[in-house]
Write a protein that binds this ligand. Sequence first.
Ligand SMILES: Cc1cc2nc3c(=O)[nH]c(=O)nc-3n(C[C@H](O)[C@H](O)[C@H](O)COP(=O)(O)OP(=O)(O)OC[C@H]3O[C@@H](n4cnc5c(N)ncnc54)[C@H](O)[C@@H]3O)c2cc1C
Ligand code: SF4
Length: 523
Amino acid sequence: MAAVQHFDIIVIGTGAGGGTLAHRLAPSGKRILLLERGGYVPREKDNWSTKAVNLEGKYNTKEVWRDAEGRELHPHTNYWVGGNTKFYGAALFRLRREDFWEIKHWGGLSPAWPISYEDLEPYYSQAEHLYQVHGRREEDPTDPPASAPYPHPPISHEPRIQQLSDDFARLGLKPFHVPLGVMLDERNPRASRCIRCATCDGHPCLVYAKADAQVLCVDPALEHSNVTLLTRAYVSRLETSPSGRDVQRVIVEREGATGAYSADIIVVSAGAINSAALLLRSANDKHPQGLANGSDVVGRHYMGHVNSVLMALSKCPNPTVFQKTLALNDFYFGSKEWEFPMGHISFVGKLDGDTLKAGAPAIAPGWTLELMARHSLDFWLTSEDLPDPSNRVTLDRAGNIVLSYQPNNEEGHGRLTEKLKNLMKQQTKCRVHGHECHEGLFARSLYLGQRIPLAGVAHQNGTIRFGRDPKTSALDANCKAHEVDNLYVVDASFFASSGAVNPALTVMANALRVGDRLLERLK
Ligand SMILES: Cc1cc2nc3c(=O)[nH]c(=O)nc-3n(C[C@H](O)[C@H](O)[C@H](O)COP(=O)(O)OP(=O)(O)OC[C@H]3O[C@@H](n4cnc5c(N)ncnc54)[C@H](O)[C@@H]3O)c2cc1C
Ligand code: SF4
């Protein structure tokens, strides 16, 4: 092995956590090394092909994991510069203020975080600016207080979605515009970077108009001469000093060779599943259960949300191009009839026939997949899953990832689904088909639901939880490992509970917060 090159900071992974952290640290002049196992997503027409992306899984990792029974798992996750933000839907939500507290759910307790909403609030505002979020405050009744307005106005609804929003409002609900990180300027379409296309959610943006970690953080960070990025650099192991108190060497597999790097500070941000796997793989005499894992929590408490995609079909077509603009949080904390949290209702990007072929939903009688896709409203329902220690990442004998997960806290999700069904029955009569347009179809069970399978690890979090007590957490409140003085984790692993809104903005805001702590430490 060649001589070990030394840096001030090494960041492993360039997604929502690592990419955002790099952006915060870059102007400091500190020597920073970014290690990313993927390359840059190639810019090509397939970026926007639903067949290539959804049916053929062109950009997904080909890595094979196993489930608890040893069956093969083909994870829907992406290893590229920018991580999963290259593919995300860019719905950039703050957690609710209450999500930071202990909350009683039907299935048990969602634990409190070691920091409060107020601790993270300034960083949420900064992250919303960095990721150019478009939204409107105070439409959503569950929105936490914010110290700054959104930097950009909300993305407008297309007519079918506006009609649904009006219907929800007529029923006394508070529909709102999803806060979105797309660089769309509706007032000046000719100059707008984003062209409002149908292939955003799940796809890389061919014109670099999605607010992702590569475009907005990693590439700008690399303009600083003190920042170096190594792509296709897979970190296989972290080695400690003999005392076990410091990471001394980061072992990297690259271009068929093994190399090592060192730094004063090591930040792991490989995504909640890979980061846990890396710490477990780095077990040694001083850390026999895995690095920083005296508490035995590393890999445990895996959460990924209880998610469903639900298609509501109607006789009238749904010509919407960019569908992900509307959401409802009226049932987030419960309802008059049900005192427990239920979750969040929003949309996925408009489904098409190729995407449906990949998910193979039951075909409604008298419909084809193409026809269903043209006539559906495609909802995304998210409820909170609870941190169960037996839901966990482990390694098999060959060091491959094993993901064991039993869904929990599902009753609220079922009730949320029922709520949506009832709401959809109360939509305005359509001029052509009257109530038959919606209600009749529901009555004939043309309402199709699909729970996201285990391979859908998009919202993975919680596997290296932070907390105040080293017996029950691996990281302290600043995301530094309790047991290792120079090791931090800033991807979604640190979550103590998952809330029921999309996680990325919280990962980004926290990376900015930890970045400030690191800058103070390195002064
Ligand atoms: C299709 C899809 C849609 C989504 N939509 C939304 C949305 O609308 N809103 C939202 O909030 N969230 C969404 N998400 C989730 C969001 O993308 C993640 O929450 C977020 O990216 C997590 O950030 P992270 O830093 O934890 O991990 P990632 O962004 O996954 O970054 C981890 C990085 O580490 C690299 N890496 C992994 N292992 C190693 C290793 N051993 N060595 C070196 N590098 C390594 C990976 O290649 C990757 O670049 C979506 C995800 C997907 C897949
Ligand atoms: S052009 Fe706009 S809508 Fe299309 S993928 Fe890019 S950011 Fe998304």
